[in-house]
Ligand binder design. Structure first.
Ligand code: SF4
Length: 607
């Protein structure tokens, strides 16, 4: 079969990466690849994987952690199809809730939606679903499916077409997936064992015949941990009591007892102490019989009200019964926006390899790639890989186009955060805003530090807000780009909405300034991960605390240089970046330079 690589020539490192992918597929091996922006990692994996899949009756599953990455994969596949002239089917999925064309589901979270969807399908109450399978619409549906089959569609295009035709877009995409050679899905579809099983059953495929490409795989540890973690709190318990009182009064006393137990536990929290570790026995030991009863009542609640807190409670209680050292149990007090205390009980997964184990054993090959999969040995251990092919490529862009400048003028270290330090941070930020004439983004380690800095500076700036939704994010980006000639400043959070996956080519972004070091809040959740990795690998601080911060730093820095002709400055604004024990955490291609004055930024950009 012809080579499906669609371009005339290879970029630096690209031909080598393609060879590695081919070797891995041939020998059913896994790959860990650090591939910086500019090498073209999407086409370097999709082209050889698709070719192998077509020759060996396999399916390529391209997994992304962000909605924005679907488009890159779709564009690449269109390019491959156009250049090769070969026909192949593609199916693009995001979470079912986000694909659903119904308008009455906006207040449901993902789990509630799944229950709701199941219920309306079983009770024949979903017109979109009924329409899709209706014999009376066989002719119009056939025309729609032919249209969908004829092109490689982005999931949003598919949803639009299905909404217009008043049929369920998930069912249509699942139909396409049965014949597809490439399926694009969110991590969630593979990481959640139940969802994976249902998904494969629905599309008639098997994991063993799939080549999995994990894009932006640096996000995988936290996504896998989040997915396997569960929690309840006093607010959700109040709602559970209300549901029990309305739907099953016999059940109500048992739910009240569980809520009271949770409230009683909080008496151990002092004025200063907001969290502590607890044991399985400290909280309710609930019988399987009661859990089943809660679950049964939850089903009635879902049928009438579409969502059920009892359902989440039943799930939490069945997990709580398990004795698994790869989880931690934390009782924590948090506060609502109005200052009301909330008691949370967390059952947190510490080990992402729990979910990856069966995937690694089952799939034909797994290709894990990212521009910041560094160091590879850490990911090899964390993922639980068995002798993968490991490759890393240097940054392909001209070194002289990028200035990595350390300015040790401030520190966001916890013990140095005081009024004087905030004044110094604000001074440095103001000076940099003044010097850098084009667009620039300041990444802060937390909202608190960002807010304090903002209060002290006079400039007009765009600001990322907590819990910002997709449309607000896009609006800010649009405004930011539109102001590039005048020069605009954006304040954002290192691990927030703008920290990765935004593409600001050319003059759209001239400088990135990383204010402080974005370590996670050193709370019990983080301490438990550190303890776990210490016991497992003897590298708790490195794997659980330091490297996640440096991954965020490298992602932030990566926003600045997106093409061969981009020229930009990355400022590391904290004294710790000048220390050797911090510098050693940067990949080799980052050539840190100590700044003598702020003017070096100006000279570089104007030179
Ligand atoms: S069957 Fe389809 S249209 Fe109906 S609720 Fe489920 S996803 Fe939405």
């Amino acid at each position: 079969m012809q080579d499906l690589f669609p371009f005339e020539s290879y970029r630096k490192g690209q031909d080598s990466f393609i060879k590695v992918v081919r070797t891995a597929l041939k020998h059913k091996k896994d790959v860990l690849a650090q591939v910086p922006t500019g090498v073209g990692k999407t086409v370097s994996t999709l082209a050889p994987a698709l070719q192998y899949a077509m020759e060996n009756d396999k399916t390529v599953v391209f997994l992304t952690s962000k909605h924005t990455h679907h488009k890159i994969a779709i564009d690449t596949l269109r390019e491959i199809k156009n250049k090769s002239g070969i026909k192949f089917q593609v199916a693009d999925f995001i979470g079912k809730r986000w694909m659903c064309p119904r308008q009455d589901i906006s207040n449901l979270n993902s789990r509630e939606f799944i229950e709701f969807c199941r219920s309306v399908v079983e009770n024949k109450e979903c017109d979109f679903y009924q329409n899709y399978y209706s014999k009376e619409r066989i002719f119009t549906n056939k025309i729609l499916i032919e249209e969908l089959e004829g092109s490689i569609l982005h999931v949003e295009e598919l949803v639009d077409k299905c909404r217009n035709a008043e049929v369920c877009s998930f069912e249509a995409a699942a139909f396409l997936a049965k014949k597809a050679k490439v399926i694009i899905v969110d991590y969630f579809h593979m990481l959640n064992p139940g969802t994976r099983e249902r998904f494969f059953k629905k599309i008639g495929k098997e994991l063993e015949n799939c080549i999995l490409i994990w894009d932006e795989a640096h996000n995988l540890p936290s996504r896998a941990r989040d997915l396997m973690s569960e929690s309840i709190n006093t607010l959700s318990m109040d709602s559970s009591v209300r549901e029990a009182s309305k739907f099953d009064q016999d059940l109500e006393p048992s739910i009240v007892k569980i809520r009271d137990k949770l409230l009683n536990l909080s008496s151990k929290l002092g004025l200063e102490k907001n969290e502590f570790l607890i044991s399985r026995k400290d909280f309710s030991e609930v019988s399987d019989e009661l859990i089943n009863k809660i679950h049964k009542t939850a089903n009635s609640v879902i049928e009438e009200e579409r969502r059920s807190y009892l359902n989440t409670l039943a799930h939490f209680l069945s997990l709580w019964k398990l004795e698994d050292k790869r989880y931690s149990r934390i009782l924590r007090r948090s506060f609502t926006k109005t200052g009301k205390p909330v008691i949370n009980l967390l059952y947190n997964c510490l080990d992402p390899s729990i979910v990856l184990e069966s995937i690694l054993k089952g799939a034909h090959s797994n290709i894990f790639m990212s521009g910041t999969l560094y160091p590879l040995t850490m990911y090899e251990e964390i993922f639980g890989l068995d002798l993968p092919l490991k490759v890393e490529y240097p940054n392909p862009f001209p070194e002289e186009n990028r200035l990595d400048l350390v300015i040790p003028a401030i520190s966001t270290k916890f013990d140095q955060r005081n009024g004087q330090m905030y004044e110094r941070i604000a001074d440095s930020v103001s000076e940099l805003i003044d010097i850098i004439k084009g667009n620039k983004i300041f990444f802060f380690p937390s909202y608190a530090i960002m807010e304090k800095t903002k209060e002290l500076i006079k400039e007009n700036i765009l600001v990322e807000t907590q819990g910002m939704d997709k449309s607000s994010r896009e609006m800010i980006l649009k405004k930011f780009i539109s102001m590039k000639d005048k020069g605009c400043t954006l304040f954002a959070i290192s691990s927030g909405s703008f920290g990765e996956s935004i593409d600001l080519v050319g003059d759209n972004l001239k400088a990135v300034i990383i204010v402080g070091v974005p370590f996670a809040k050193n709370d019990l959740e983080v301490k438990e991960i550190i303890r776990y990795y210490d016991e497992k690998f003897g590298k708790g601080m490195e794997y659980g605390y330091i490297m996640p911060a440096f991954t965020a730093i490298m992602q932030n820095a990566g926003r600045c240089i997106r093409s061969e002709t981009d020229k930009g400055v990355i400022v590391y604004l904290d004294e710790r970046y000048a220390w050797s024990n911090y510098r050693k955490n940067f990949p080799e291609y980052v050539k840190l330079k100590g700044a003598k004055s702020y003017d070096e930024v100006k000279e570089f950009l104007e030179g």
